[in-house]
Design a protein around this ligand. Structure first.
Ligand SMILES: [Zn+2]
Length: 334
């Protein structure tokens, strides 16, 4: 499982992906992209390359598979087979001791995500951070991660003629979010939000937090400037999954609405692990403090990773898991 900070970034990346990607059947279906033959280009950034050999190289004292090529601006791009890239990604995006079927579902998600991102027109395909997927070279590989990649070799999630738009996050809290609820846009049939009963083992399945009005006033100082001082914060309506669509900052001289996703990211994902909020009220002990109860960690769209773990423990295969979280998609050899 990736960290809370990682999920913040992943949320941003996923959001951008939803908005930027073409509809299934257009550029997503580029026949030149194949999981079997694809070489992926990862932008490592600035640093020192040493010890290059046919097997790999060392960049900033970390070992990588594939080759290192400098771009014109001096940054280094790591080119390697897609499947080798996934060896490093899967154990970083999901706890490698989890059941094989959950890791296999993660591998198919990670492969599909990156194939849909690949673009020969750009100097690189992905960055190695949460903005795309976490990639840290050979050191993060594990036998279980490699087994998950090898046993699902070249398998991707498709919808219609194109790659499915794959999203995942740590724990949905009991109901996954729709893509439209999280980011707006055109509804995506397989990302419409479903009941998930198997993520209850997550430490974030239910949580309590406290938020000081002063902290809210500081974060939204520019928006509040015309109506200050801030007097109260209210959770707005919930969407179909139960997540807060917006919040209202009540100032002495008027109200300021803030979209739910923006509110969570700016307040911080440590304070608001998700927008699935069941209570948002002034604390009985300290009225300037808001007592919050909620569930889940992350945006909640697509695969619920803790839910996938739970389903795997119940005996589900990775195809069962993927069909459950992305209903109507097909798992195919690319
Ligand atoms: Zn779940």
């Amino acid at each position: 499982m990736i960290s809370r900070g990682a999920f913040l970034a992943l949320t941003l990346a996923a959001s951008a992906t939803v908005r930027a990607r073409a509809a299934p059947g257009s550029s997503d279906a580029d026949p030149a992209l194949s999981a079997n033959t694809q070489e992926l280009r990862v932008l490592l950034g600035r640093g020192t390359v040493t010890g290059s050999s046919p097997d790999g190289f060392t960049f900033n004292e970390r070992a990588y598979r594939g080759s290192a090529t400098p771009l014109a601006d001096g940054t280094i791009v790591n080119t390697l087979p897609l499947e080798a890239y996934l060896y490093s990604v899967v154990p970083r995006e999901m706890t490698p001791s989890w059941p094989p079927a959950a890791l296999q579902a993660q591998a198919v998600c990670a492969r599909t995500y990156v194939l849909a991102r690949s673009n020969p027109q750009r100097a690189y395909d992905v960055v190695p951070s949460e903005l795309d997927q976490v990639y840290a070279g050979i050191a993060s590989e594990t036998p279980a991660g490699r087994a998950a990649v090898d046993s699902t070799s070249a398998q991707v999630l498709r919808f219609g003629d194109g790659f499915a738009r794959v999203m995942y996050s740590s724990c949905c809290g009991g109901h996954t979010e729709s893509s439209t609820g999280a980011w707006g846009g055109v509804p995506i049939p397989y990302l419409s939000g479903i009941v998930c009963t198997t993520c209850t083992d997550s430490p974030y399945y239910r949580w309590n937090r406290a938020l000081d009005l002063g902290a809210v006033a500081q974060v939204f100082a520019s928006e509040l400037q015309p109506v200050a001082p801030l007097q109260a914060v209210q959770q707005g309506v919930a969407d179909a999954s139960g997540r807060a669509s917006d919040f209202v900052l009540h100032g002495a001289h008027g109200d300021v609405p803030i979209k739910g996703g923006a509110f969570r990211l700016r307040i911080g994902t440590r304070v608001l692990p998700s927008l699935l909020i069941t209570q948002f009220e002034p604390s009985t002990e300290a009225p300037e403090r808001i007592a919050i109860e909620g569930g889940g960690l992350g945006h909640g769209v697509g695969l619920c990773q803790w839910g996938a773990r739970g389903r795997a423990l119940e005996g589900a295969s990775f195809t069962d898991i993927l069909h459950f979280y992305f209903p109507g998609t097909e798992i195919e050899h690319d």
